[in-house]
Design a protein around this ligand. Sequence first.
Ligand SMILES: Cc1ncc(C[n+]2csc(CCOP(=O)(O)OP(=O)(O)O)c2C)c(N)n1
Ligand SMILES: O=C1C[C@@H](O)[C@H](O)[C@@H](O)C1=O
Ligand SMILES: [Mg+2]
Length: 639
Amino acid sequence: MSTIRLTTAQALVKFLNAQYVEFDGIQQRFIKGIFTIFGHGNVLGLGQALEENAGKLEVYQGRNEQGMANAAMAFAKQKHRKQIMVCTSSVGPGSANMVTSAATATANNIPVLLLPGDVFATRQPDPVLQQIEQTHDLSISTNDAFRPVSKYWDRVSRPEQLMSAMLNAMRVLTNPADTGAVTIALPQDVQGEAWDYPVSFFEKRIHRIERRSPSPESVQDAVKLIQSKKKPLLIFGGGVRYSEAADAFVKFAEVFNIPFGETQAGKSGVESNHPLNLGGLGVTGNSAANSIAKEADLVIGVGTRFTDFTTASKQLFGKADILTINISEFHASKLDAAKVVADAKLGLDAIAEGLESYKSGYEDEIEKAKQGWQEELDRLSSIAFEENFTPEIAGHLDDQLPEYIEALGTELTQTSVLGTLNVLVDDEAIIVGAAGSLPGDLQRMWNTKSRNSYHMEYGYSCMGYEIAGALGVKMAEPEREVYAMTGDGSYLMLHTELITSLQEGKKINVVLFDNSGFGCINNLQMENGMGSFGTEFRKRNPQTGKMDGPVMEIDFAKAAEGYGVKTYSVRTRVELIAAVNDSKKQSVSTLIDIKVLPKTMTHGYDSWWHVGVAEVSEKESIKKAYADKETNLEKARAY
Ligand SMILES: Cc1ncc(C[n+]2csc(CCOP(=O)(O)OP(=O)(O)O)c2C)c(N)n1
Ligand SMILES: O=C1C[C@@H](O)[C@H](O)[C@@H](O)C1=O
Ligand SMILES: [Mg+2]
């Protein structure tokens, strides 16, 4: 057996360089590059290996481990899981910072490879700096916290373990049914230890991303079920995008005249103006999709995880049977569905063959529902503050609005800003989002004019993903303009990969909606009988001892200007138009700080979200919220 003597870290880098995927006969390198934040836990091992010979891996420098790993995830998501990034962190806090991203990637079924440094395998110098020292178990380190949030977890405690660890890592990273974060913990001593690795370990490996075929029996069942129904509704989930099945999906919808709603991950797989595209479905859905869903007699979920947002906590599809087409048996089995466990394209094609001349029984309902939503969309896009103004989310902070107008210096409404932006940005531009009120507004209001132009992380809805995510998306699609759509809360939580975008010359545009608060959570608490509590950004008031002092005023544009970002402060529609148009001419990253009035985001359309409400309270409004929840629960499926 011919061997080559390398350190564990050198062998790992060499191995990563040799990984390829093949999908529909097309081969490409699987690992584009590696984000790094070096510390004593990785610099002399993996750092040394990368300095000496990184091969074709591009080496980037992150600002925050969570940020860089979110960027890595966004890259892989935008690449439809056909290419990934790796992230290496130091030991202890550096690795702990990546745990949130591992969870985000795993919840969304997006592959990322995380390589946190670990404490010494030999234990000679223990306790090392940043070692926790669990007294009941010395084998535990911070990296064990990745176990519940990774799809595959391993620790390389001897150099030769690298081979089985990495082969399993690749198995999971390229498995469309069960991918997510893969964590390989690397003790710092082992990273530098040498071993005689078999040369065969480094040979070019091509991992075929298989399209799983459906069983003939499951297809027959699906055909019979559809043929017995008059009002089926398709759901376009993220899996359709990852399987590159959009054309097959549209053909299926067109041939059988079946309308479809979009999930957050599926949106923009097909342009919004397709006559059968009803748009966003569920809690953050619009009136067209939700009204058709309520009347549907069959829901065909393709590549969807059926989260509570899609099913409106299992209340939306009241009358329908459920059919699923999913490559994952786990997701296909949800809602007690009839299931076709298969790749989206192969599943749809096989069912289509069996359906022959089937046509749904829709007459003009689809057109009418779309028309009704278009009118509502036009209304939302043109809401302007005026005398006796009632905000969309009425009855919460109506009396405080004048104070916000004064503090933020704005009368702009969030929905009108979105309507204007949707017209201003180029058709090919990609918007990125994750948390706050914007995902709901965008899923309802954003008209996608080109494919894969809507990138929403709504599996984990992780605040702070937006800016890092935009960087990852820009790395995946450098030719397209990318907009991070973020609230002030998300921006404050994590935005420092904006600096990485400047460093890398990867221009992103941050569109920041400053309503001085955790707006959607303020809505949620007040809609459920609470007061406004801990969610407005107000100064502590020495008189009351509470955070009910003046509204905080933050000049985000000024702060970002110091980074070297081109910034704009926007308080009027005219300023918004000028800012967006000018930002397009820039080659550096930009930030548009838009002051918007709270409570001017969209409200729900015929949907229910099951949230935990107090069963006992002295407040009548809480008692009512609890009673309402119980009533709604009765209308929902039990499982
Ligand atoms: C990391 C993380 N922490 C907490 C939450 C819970 N959460 C969801 S939205 C939100 C507030 C978002 O505020 P902002 O970004 O300003 O958006 P707005 O709702 O005001 O539009 C919070 C705290 C979350 N989704 N992610
Ligand atoms: O708790 C939440 C409420 C949602 O409205 C929001 O979009 C999401 O970020 C969240 O975490
Ligand atoms: Mg906010």
